[in-house]
Write a protein of this length. Structure first.
Length: 434
């Protein structure tokens, strides 16, 4: 593993990026490298429900879809103070701004009527935070919770860490704020515990983390207990990330998870059916949902060359080589394995719906995929969609000869490429000509 600082900074970056694209995600560095990922991301209220079911302490809450429901929920809570929280998948809500003019996606008040009034300015409006796109994300639901006083805010996250092949717990006594800022300005305040997935979390590790987070006296045992429960939850639900910020303490001496963010490993969908049924796709870009309907993975980028590929690795390589040749990918669409002709057509339809598009680069390696099926799909799509932009095709692997013949005999203006480099050069050149 890299240094804890680097790790925390990287983790923080990942978390922020994940928030931007909950379902289909491109983690981009400056150089334009891409790591496509697909992770289920739940709303705070859904995450907290799972947490409370596993003995993790969260505040009492209700969820409301309308201002009226929010008002009723506030009355029903019958709490000294209420906290109203806009539900979007991005963080930084506290400091966010609504396009209704309201400032702050998290509000504290003692008056249920005010909860109703505030909810009125939240629901149906976009909330922009530093983790959302500029225009923000539409709020459909609010969480109405019993507010508790916070005497101290710490940070706690459990993540899967590749370099150590297992979970790692990352914590800081400096919670509430951006963890990246803490990692940058006071790296000595970031602590981690690597967990051996076979041995599980040891008491000593939970205790040490609680101590590093600054919990004292009886709070230390309580915090350690909460950390262990969070770890068990993390494992049981196949999470890739459980983040609690703030993981706080109250003046009454309770350790409480004031915020919650959980991501899941989509490969575990088959054994986490109940959780995946909670998937809220309303924050996805419509085109991503449309792609998912056909079992395609689509990621929008900001260039002008569409990439039609199979496999995440090939997607990255294709984007990289376009960058290297001076071009910019507009998007990429991952066809996956087991392709049918109709899917190829749908894929083209999706790709060409992007108005920025000036060329399409097809880069398919036929391992499981039969190139002839792709070629037939391509020619069909070209005809039916009356494709207007240059199409560069590089096919390799199973049945490639037949595929080449199909393309050639189609009479369509398809540019064939001998390899990936050639394909990228042709694509970039075809765009540059314009
Ligand atoms: P985020 O901004 O999206 O991370 O949303 P949070 O749930 O973390 O809320 C933002 C901030 O509001 C927290 O860091 C807390 O300082 C504050 N906050 C949230 N819930 C409560 C609460 O019940 N009581 C108090 N006093 N502050 C709260
Ligand atoms: Mn938070």
């Amino acid at each position: 593993m890299a240094s804890p600082v680097a790790f925390a900074a990287q983790a923080g970056k990942l978390l922020r990026e994940r928030a931007l694209r909950p379902r289909l995600l491109a983690v981009r560095s400056q150089a334009g490298h891409l790591t496509p990922r697909r992770w289920l991301n739940l709303q705070e209220y859904q995450s907290k429900k799972l947490m409370s079911e596993h003995g993790v302490r969260v505040q009492r809450f209700f969820v409301a879809n309308t201002a009226k429901e929010a008002l009723e929920a506030a009355k029903r809570l019958n709490a000294k103070e209420i906290v109203l929280k806009a539900q979007i998948l991005a963080g930084g809500r506290g400091k966010g701004v609504f396009n209704s003019g309201l400032k702050g996606g998290v509000h504290l008040t003692k008056d249920p009527k005010v909860v109703g009034q505030l909810a009125q300015q939240m629901i149906g409006y976009n909330l922009a935070t530093k983790q959302t796109p500029k225009e923000g994300v539409k709020v459909n639901k609010v969480m109405v919770a019993e507010a508790l006083d916070i005497s101290r805010e710490t940070y706690l996250a459990i993540l899967m860490d590749r370099s150590h092949n297992g979970p790692v717990i990352v914590g800081s006594p400096q919670g509430g704020v951006d963890i990246e800022e803490v990692a940058a300005s006071s790296p000595e305040l970031i602590f981690k515990e690597q967990i051996d997935i076979f041995e599980g979390i040891k008491d000593s590790q939970a205790q040490r983390m609680a101590e590093n987070l600054g919990f004292l006296g009886s709070l230390k045992n309580q915090a350690a207990d909460q950390i262990k429960k969070l770890y068990h939850l993390f494992l049981k639900i196949d999470a890739t990330q459980v983040e609690v910020n703030p993981f706080g303490e109250t003046p009454e001496g309770q350790v409480v998870c004031f915020d919650a963010k959980i991501n899941f490993d989509d490969n575990a969908e088959f054994r986490q059916k109940d959780i995946f049924a909670m998937d809220d796709k309303s924050e996805n870009e419509p085109i991503e949902n449309e792609a998912a309907r056909y079992d395609l993975k689509y990621i929008g980028l900001d260039g002008n060359i569409a990439c039609f590929v199979n496999g995440a690795g090939l997607a990255m390589a294709t984007c990289d080589i376009i960058f290297l040749n001076g071009g910019k990918p507009a998007n990429f669409l991952d066809l996956g394995g087991g392709v049918k002709e109709a899917q190829v057509y749908q894929a083209f339809k999706l790709l060409t719906s992007d108005p920025k598009l000036e060329a399409i680069l097809v880069n398919i390696f036929g391992g499981i995929v039969n190139c002839a099926i792709i070629a037939n799909g391509i020619t069909k799509a070209c005809r039916e969609l009356e494709l207007k932009v240059p199409l560069i095709v590089r096919l390799e692997g199973t049945n490639v000869q037949e595929a080449q013949n199909i393309l050639k005999s189609s009479g369509l203006p398809i540019m064939s490429a001998v390899d990936l480099e050639d394909a990228a050069k042709k694509a970039v050149a075809s765009v540059a000509k314009k």
